[in-house]
Ligand binder design. Structure first.
Ligand code: 5RP
Length: 231
């Protein structure tokens, strides 16, 4: 199977998971990226079963609305039984690197409210140690250089994310992203706390303190379901 076919496979499995575990009339949280897009497409035919969705990016909002979903503000809702999203890397404990698509801040906010985080990913995303994929950090632009120095002190290589025309990539929140290369993340919870403490950091794309509860992983043998022990 191709990577795209694996994404569609896990997205369909996630739609079935949500149908089986989320009550009718509930609001669902939806992530960002190509795998999350497949999930939106997979769940679209059942949209009348749900009150609506909370989105983690402008791009996902547009896709949900194109399918006729009602998109609700997080401030409007009291609970979110499930959040479904992809990942750039996921380790054996359900800790993830996220933010390859630049939506890490809203993803982390929506995930923080959800009872259950369902990670959907093709098998290439499973790793023993996080860090081969560059770790995104969303920063307030005036803090970019100061945070870059802190990254270097940690042994990482900071690279400002840019668009194809060379201009800085700007997030939905009006900030910039530093992608950190060459970090071997052996203690993700500790690193997440450290980077979160730096002035000017909006969000680090380490989802470790609140990692995934369940992963639906697309492999050559089909969808592997992994349940992580609650932290
Ligand atoms: C976006 C994300 C995505 O979940 C992550 O980049 C995975 O994307 P894809 O499903 O396209 O591989 O964190 O900010």
């Amino acid at each position: 199977m191709t990577q795209d076919e694996l994404k569609q496979l896990v997205a369909a499995e996630a739609a079935a998971y949500v149908h089986a575990n989320v009550p009718e009339g509930a609001v669902i949280g939806v992530g960002t990226g190509t795998t999350a897009n497949c999930f939106v497409d997979a769940i679209a035919s059942a949209k009348s079963r749900y009150r609506g969705a909370v989105s983690s990016s402008l791009a996902t909002t547009a896709r949900l609305e194109a399918h006729g979903f009602q998109v609700l503000e997080l401030n409007e809702i009291e609970s979110l039984p499930v959040y479904v999203d992809g990942a750039d890397e996921i380790d054996a404990h359900g800790a993830m690197i996220k933010g390859g698509g630049g939506a890490l801040t809203r993803e982390k906010i929506v995930a923080s409210v959800a009872d259950v985080f369902v990670c959907i990913a093709d098998g290439s995303k499973r790793v023993d140690v996080l860090g081969n994929f560059a770790l995104p950090i969303e920063v307030v632009p005036m803090a970019r250089t100061a945070i870059g120095r802190r990254v270097i002190a940690l042994g990482g290589v900071p690279v400002l994310r840019v668009n194809t025309d060379g201009s800085p990539f700007i997030t939905d929140n009006g900030n910039e992203i530093i992608d950190v290369k060459a970090l071997k993340i052996t203690y993700p919870i500790a690193l997440e706390a450290t980077v979160n403490g730096w002035a000017g950091v909006v969000t680090v794309g380490l989802f470790a303190a609140r990692g995934a509860n369940v992963c639906l992983l697309g492999t050559a043998g089909g969808v592997e379901r992994i349940d992580y022990i609650a932290r």
